[in-house]
Design a protein around this ligand. Structure first.
Ligand SMILES: CC(C)(COP(=O)(O)OP(=O)(O)OC[C@H]1O[C@@H](n2cnc3c(N)ncnc32)[C@H](O)[C@@H]1OP(=O)(O)O)[C@@H](O)C(=O)NCCC(=O)NCCS
Length: 152
């Protein structure tokens, strides 16, 4: 089943020329928020629901530490955030993260997690700073990536 909603009223508040869409696959299991400009995709972010937090962090964190970071059961894992080059530093990445968090929060999910791993010109330090500005905290530094969490 697929649900498709256009939220152009919301985005006009922040970016006059952008439209946001939200698409779910397998009910709320996979969710994607896409930013469009003049009908063309310029950025997107996705999430997936995690039902087994112990399996997700197996080998990285002991179970009591997992419980202290994530007191509840279901975690929203954020992934695949990408803003096309010519549209960066215009707030759209922040808007997408906040919109996804907002949508999932309204559905009853309050635990968010991501693996910050830079895919373009941005450095890991800047990427972590970007997510910190979105309210995420550092959970774990790994070799070339940083695990980050937001519980609301
Ligand atoms: C990371 C990314 C999504 C940021 O999107 P964006 O729309 O450019 O980010 P925003 O405009 O919302 O930036 C918000 C703040 O984050 C920080 N930030 C964002 N990009 C930055 C950069 N390249 N260098 C330093 N700080 C940066 C700044 O503090 C910025 O605020 P400012 O512009 O007022 O200084 C974008 O650079 C991108 O798509 N990168 C390639 C893909 C990628 O690495 N994805 C992450 C996978 S985990």
């Amino acid at each position: 089943m697929s649900i498709y909603t256009t939220l152009d009223e919301y985005i006009r508040e922040q970016h006059e020329s952008y439209t946001l869409t939200i698409e779910d696959k397998d009910y709320e299991y996979y969710t994607t928020v896409t930013a469009l400009k003049d009908g063309v995709k310029v950025a997107a972010i996705s999430s997936q629901l995690l039902f087994d937090k112990y399996m997700e962090f197996d080998g990285d964190l002991p179970e009591d530490e997992i419980d202290s970071w994530f007191p509840g059961d279901i975690i929203v894992r954020i992934e695949q955030l990408n803003v096309y080059d010519s549209h960066r530093r215009d707030g759209i990445g922040t808007t997408l993260v906040n919109k996804l968090v907002d949508v999932m929060k309204k559905r009853g999910y309050n635990q968010f997690y991501l693996n910050a791993y830079p895919l373009g010109a941005i450095s890991l330090t800047s990427l972590v700073g970007f997510y910190q500005k979105c309210g995420f905290r550092i959970l774990l530094h790994q070799n070339h990536n940083v695990l980050m969490v937001k519980v609301i």
